[in-house]
Design a protein around this ligand. Structure first.
Ligand code: DGL
Length: 267
């Protein structure tokens, strides 16, 4: 069974890529919406929250856990692998390597949370793959809550998206890295702002690459079990530490399918 974790609905941008790759796999999605956003929190706080959720997913029977959150991965992935050695973890990290391969102008814009930019994992990515490029870091914490609140579906989000993108456009960035799993849900607005400025840029959504890696690990690491091996079990479960009605409505719109989330109280 595969667990997918995010502070909120952002990890659904990975989920929607993973389901078609593993249509028969049981999957459990956990959103820690009681504590979203993670971005403004100190690294050790994010690490503790992520460990708590990972433990719950493992106790529920997940042998592969996707930390579908750049912020949580940056803060906790190394720690999780040490703490739960029997579990296969897949993380999310800003796609700096592909960005460095795509850029022609040599200017890369990265959109992520403050905590992601503060992590050692991010520093190491820049050092290893972007030494020759100019990388402009644009913290965009407000975008997380635009998606969480449902504002991503209306035009009021366009102004906030534009104000974060314009400095990157002005600097000549020709690659934009969506370094937070919430941000692919704002892609229509990002494309609209680029069009308004007659600026073209490659937009990198890391969802497909994370999903491919998760599918590879899951298939290699475990004997894929039949979805019916647990009688009466749902193929896809959604849990939130926040309000399940809000999650279900929002996830339903983002995924364009009916979603029925369940409430979870974590110790
Ligand atoms: N989806 C998370 C990420 O990828 C959102 C961070 C947050 O909760 O602030 O970084």
């Amino acid at each position: 069974m595969i667990g997918i974790f995010d502070s909120g609905v952002g990890g659904l941008s990975v989920w929607r890529e993973l389901v078609p790759l593993l249509p028969a796999a049981r999957m459990v999605y956990l959103a820690d919406q009681a504590n979203v956003p993670y971005g403004p929190r100190p690294l050790d706080d994010v690490r503790a929250l992520t460990e708590r959720s990972a433990r719950w997913l493992i106790d529920r029977g997940c042998d592969t856990v996707v930390i579908a959150c750049n912020t949580a991965s940056g803060a906790a992935l190394t720690h999780l692998r040490e703490t739960f050695p029997a579990t296969s973890f897949v993380g999310a990290e800003p796609a700096i390597k592909p960005a460095a391969l795509h850029t022609r102008s040599g200017v890369i814009g990265v959109l992520a949370t403050h905590t992601t930019f503060a992590s050692d994992r991010y520093a190491s990515l820049i050092q290893r793959f972007a030494a020759g490029a100019r990388v402009i870091e644009q913290p965009s914490p407000d975008w997380v809550m635009l998606v969480e609140s449902g504002a991503a579906f209306d035009n009021q989000s366009l102004r906030s998206v534009a104000s974060r993108l314009e400095p990157l456009i002005d600097a000549g960035a020709d690659v934009l890295v969506l370094g937070c799993t919430h941000f692919p849900f704002l892609r229509p607005q990002v494309e609209q702002v680029l069009a308004q400025h007659r600026h073209s840029a490659v937009i990198i959504d890391p969802g497909p690459a994370i999903a491919r890696e998760a599918a590879r690990r899951y298939t290699a690491g475990s004997v894929p079990r039949s979805p019916n091996s647990v009688p009466g079990a749902l193929l896809h479960e959604f849990w939130t530490t926040g309000d399940p009605t809000h999650f279900s409505r929002l996830a339903g719109r983002l995924l364009r399918q009916a979603v029925q989330a369940r409430p979870l109280r974590l110790p």
